[in-house]
Design a binder for this molecule. Structure first.
Ligand code: RB5
Length: 141
């Protein structure tokens, strides 16, 4: 399952990403925010992080104004490797080398077209394993 959430700053981009996920026939669960009101991004990062950590193979998408607050918050949760991606290259490397299980994006940083490309690459790129597996394991404290 893919879990997606945003704060108010990324409400519109989240709607676009959900449309895109539907077009790509990806199954997802929307964890809010349910309307454009001012909220605290750590609450939404927590909801996605807990859902992803509880389910083998689950992935998360977290969007705020810059993507920074969501990525910092999500990475405080055990088992979460949240990557703030700005382009196709960082999205591919987040999967290939870091086995990221949560994609973070900044709605005030990316246009819809780039965000769609980042999301597509993130979902379709596999972890390379090998030496990267050891490094990923060392991230867990
Ligand atoms: C909200 O104004 C903004 O601070 C938030 O969306 C995010 O960018 C925080 O990192």
């Amino acid at each position: 399952m893919i879990y997606i959430a945003s704060d108010h700053a990324a409400f519109d981009l989240r709607q676009e990403m959900m449309k895109f996920l539907t077009e790509m026939r990806e199954e997802f669960e929307d964890l809010g925010v349910e309307e454009k009101r001012s909220v605290d991004y750590p609450d939404y990062a927590r909801a996605v992080a807990r859902a992803v950590a509880a389910e083998e193979g689950a992935r998360g998408i977290l969007i705020c104004g810059t993507g920074l607050g969501m990525s910092i918050s999500a990475n405080r949760h055990p088992g979460i490797r949240a990557a703030l991606c700005h382009d196709a290259y960082t999205a591919a490397m987040a999967r290939r080398h870091n086995d990221a299980n949560v994609l973070c994006m900044g709605a005030r940083v990316l246009g819809v077209g780039v965000a769609e490309q980042v999301l597509r690459v993130f979902l379709n790129t596999a972890f390379e394993g090998g030496r990267h597996q050891r490094r990923v394991e060392k991230m867990e404290i």
